[in-house]
Ligand binder design. Structure first.
Ligand code: FRU
Length: 495
């Protein structure tokens, strides 16, 4: 090859790899119905609130949920049902549990009774057991206090069909108005035997019960009278074992509270401590919040995950009782958060709970755009943005052609999401607000998940999280980054 040709081909290769023009981002709407998220779970139609009965079985993640199929406002509760093999694509299945003469089907959990301890399946076909609250709406309108009780239902075909147990309720009401949301898990006792533990929300406390057969329950202990936030009723608890970064065993108790959250209305607090002999003792009296945004409520974790997954997988209801019934969607109401992996981390000797986006979400990334300008177009309503923070403050502004904007920032130790000018808000007076969270430690990187009507901000892979819903009158078309953000990437998310 002569010298000129050689130079030309070297230059050509260089030009190809180094000076390749950055692909132009142009906005392409993917939304099929106004405000309908593209990768967050929503019911096909009707009302949805809390996730219920989260259980993994034979390759399927089951998501049951509080559902009223006949309206887009809360009403007689059913358990809706969907399954997924990858936590991203959800297949809607027929309603699992219908209300009956004992009441509406309120929140609860599901376990695999692998040893058939209940005797309600067989050794070959162990039952999937749903443990839920019956809420007798007629009785609730009287002066009675006994209208909520705990009951079980059984499925022998991987959740496709259900039979309610004839001896229901399995835990009658002792005379307490708020007595609900059983989360059942199995623990190994010091002598090697196994017990079912029910964590139940009772007024603004938690009761723990134990059982060997899921049908007979004994009160073990109560927790919370003088601990934690008490601005509202406690709901949808969950009790979880963790290892600390130092390898110590700890238990985390999640407790949703409504109202009384850090941003008004609904939120989830958590306690870190020990669970010994059926009693939960917190390490301290600090109030900790799982998510500092206004819209992550009643979240709980999946049961029966294969040990090889070695993770605690969580999903929450992406709304707030302050306005859940009046948000401006038309054929359905509410979405779930993205699935998240919970773990403990340590800040200057204080243990906190981290919620990282589940790994599966990376599979949503289709086109990847490296951004080297302060302002960029967005490719669609569904994007993920990642960035490194090189000073301890940042700001990101999403905007549309109507002059609406959504601003995320960290400044003076406060992480904020400002949705005051982010679209529709006149449906409820508290909606248009700026929400802030204290973060005393350094923000190093951020991940943002944007969908048609929500934003989820994960700082340091979930050391601080804020989830917020919003209803822009036109999709966000562009984003502006402060100069102290670098390694900016925008991913177009497609299922
Ligand atoms: C929480 C909650 C639960 C109850 C369910 C009723 O959002 O109030 O306590 O079981 O919703 O739909």
């Amino acid at each position: 090859m002569n010298r000129t040709l050689l130079y030309l081909s070297i230059f050509g290769i260089f030009a190809l790899f180094c000076c390749k023009p950055k692909p132009q981002i142009t906005f392409e709407s993917i939304v099929t119905e106004e405000f309908r998220p593209s990768y967050h779970f929503t019911p096909e139609s009707g009302w949805m609130n809390d996730p219920n009965g989260l259980i993994y079985l034979d390759g399927e993640y089951h998501l049951f949920y509080q559902h009223y199929p006949d309206s887009t406002v809360w009403g007689p509760m059913h358990w809706g049902h969907a399954v997924s093999t990858d936590l991203i694509n959800w297949e809607s299945l027929p309603i699992a549990l219908y209300p009956d003469s004992l009441g509406y089907i309120f929140s609860g959990s599901a376990v695999l009774d692998a040893e058939n301890s209940s005797g309600l399946g067989t050794a070959e076909t162990p039952p999937m057991v749903a443990i839920f609250t019956y809420h007798n709406a007629e009785e609730a309108n009287t002066s009675s206090s006994t209208f909520q009780s705990q009951a079980i239902a059984i499925s022998l075909d991987k959740g496709r069909s259900w039979e309610k147990y004839e001896g229901n309720p399995v835990l009658p009401n002792p005379g307490i108005r708020d007595f609900r949301d059983p989360k059942v898990s199995q623990i190994t006792n010091p002598d090697g035997s196994r017990s079912w533990i029910m964590t139940l929300a009772v007024l603004d406390q938690i009761n723990f019960y134990s059982s060997t057969d899921l049908k007979n329950w004994t009160l073990l202990s109560e927790f919370g009278k003088n601990t934690g936030a008490h601005g509202g009723v406690w709901e949808c608890p969950d009790l979880l074992p963790f290892k600390t970064p130092a390898g110590e065993s700890k238990w985390v108790l999640l407790v949703s509270i409504n109202p009384g959250g850090p941003q008004n209305g609904s939120a989830t607090q958590y306690f870190i401590g020990d669970f010994v002999n059926g009693r939960f003792s917190p390490d301290d009296t600090m109030i900790r919040w799982l998510d500092y945004g206004p819209d992550n409520y009643a979240g709980v974790t999946w049961s029966n995950l294969p040990t090889a997954q070695n993770r605690t997988l969580f999903i929450g209801w992406m709304s707030n009782w302050l306005y859940a019934n009046v948000v401006p969607t038309t054929t359905w109401r509410s979405a779930m958060t993205v699935p998240r992996e919970l773990s403990l981390f340590d800040v200057d000797g204080t243990l906190l709970l981290k919620s990282a986006p589940a790994d599966e979400l990376e599979k949503l990334r289709s086109e990847e755009y490296e951004v080297d300008k302060q302002t960029s177009e967005l490719p669609s309503e569904a994007v993920e943005i990642t960035a490194n923070v090189n000073s301890d403050s940042f700001s990101i502004t999403f905007s549309n052609e109507l002059g609406e904007s959504l601003v995320l920032s960290k400044e003076n130790g406060l992480v904020s999401i400002d949705r005051r000018n982010a679209g529709k808000s006149d449906f409820q007076r508290d909606f248009a607000a700026m929400h802030s969270a204290p973060m005393s430690w350094e923000a190093k990187d951020i991940r943002i998940f944007l969908d048609a009507s929500s934003i989820e901000l994960f700082v340091n892979d979930g050391e601080l999280v804020m989830t917020s819903i919003l209803f822009p009158n036109s999709p966000w078309k562009s984003v502006t980054f402060s100069e102290n953000l670098n390694s900016l990437k925008i991913y177009n998310l497609k299922k």
